[in-house]
Design a protein around this ligand. Structure first.
Ligand code: SAM
Length: 273
């Protein structure tokens, strides 16, 4: 179901809206090596979430890639996203209600969800104050004791990806990544493949959770080192090898020395009771 309220609160950057209006997000996690991010997110969330039925708010939920299976698992899923195409796509999914909105000013009642997911907004908010504001909104709308899970892109994900794709050997990719590593800021004007984003060090999200008065339960590296291996796409096509990759990634998901090797990191915390 799609609710046609207009996006409220602070404006989302034009280039971010234009990037997602291209309509490529819906297929991203369904193919190639990005399937690892999808399966690992699902694997971690299935262990962290309370039993269904529980109410989940999927903030920055995109076209509903996770909302879809969460609804199928029996959760009551509402999705908020600033991109009209995503709201329309997610709103067509069975059991999912989708509406326009921004993570920094959620169109939602206080203490009205058991779980708030932020699997996207934090890395599209380059300013720390905006990320803390988004986490503060998650705290407001989740019930006391409820779960908040946020995804960040790791600071060196761009460097690792460029090396893996052999693009780091040439400019402008190399110059872009070298700049990105300094401050974490990925600027779309730099000709990269992504849009404006912030690539965080693993310690940043827990600090931002605490500033937003959320406690931190733990962090989970999603792709480990497997996403950097040359054979990863073929391994994910083979059910036995895929399972082995998922098990291997699970083994190291909380290993502090390896958290930053993953492309994506989940930080899980709670609103204090
Ligand atoms: C890479 S997609 C991730 C989609 C999905 N959550 C997933 O995990 O695959 C990032 C999403 O964040 C959304 N987004 C960007 N800025 C946002 C903001 N300020 N508030 C809420 N969502 C935002 C985008 O529209 C997009 O759908």
């Amino acid at each position: 179901m799609t609710e046609t309220t207009r996006a409220q609160g602070p404006a989302v950057r034009e280039e971010i809206l234009a990037y997602y209006a291209r309509g490529e997000e819906d297929g991203r996690l369904r193919q190639g090596s990005d399937r690892l991010e999808f399966w690992r997110t699902q694997d971690v969330l299935r262990r962290l979430l309370p039993d269904a039925p529980a109410k989940v708010l999927d903030v920055g939920g995109g076209s509903g890639i996770h909302a879809e299976w969460l609804a199928r698992d029996g959760y009551g899923v509402e999705l908020v996203d600033p991109v009209p195409l995503h709201v329309e796509q997610a709103g067509r999914l069975p059991g999912v209600t989708a509406r326009a909105g921004d993570a920094r000013a959620l169109p939602a009642e206080d203490a009205s969800y058991d779980v708030v997911l932020l699997l996207g907004p934090l890395y599209h908010l380059p300013e720390r104050a905006d990320r803390v504001r988004a986490l503060g909104e998650a705290r407001r709308v989740v019930r006391p004791g409820g779960l908040v899970v946020a995804a960040t892109i790791n600071r060196f994900a761009g460097l690792h990806d460029m090396l893996r794709q052999e693009l780091y050997f040439t400019d402008p990719h190399r110059a872009l990544v070298d700049r990105e590593m300094e401050e974490g800021r990925h600027d779309s004007e730099d000709g990269g493949h992504f849009t404006t984003a912030y690539f965080a060090q693993p310690h940043e999200a827990p600090e931002e959770f605490e500033e937003a008065a959320l406690t931190v339960d733990g962090q989970y590296g999603l792709e480990g080192v497997a996403w950097l291996m040359g054979g990863i796409e073929d391994w994910l096509d083979d059910p036995d090898r895929r399972e082995a990759v998922l098990v291997a990634s699970r083994h190291i998901e909380r290993e502090p020395t390896l958290l930053g090797t993953s492309g994506h990191l989940l930080t899980a915390g709670r609103r204090p009771r």
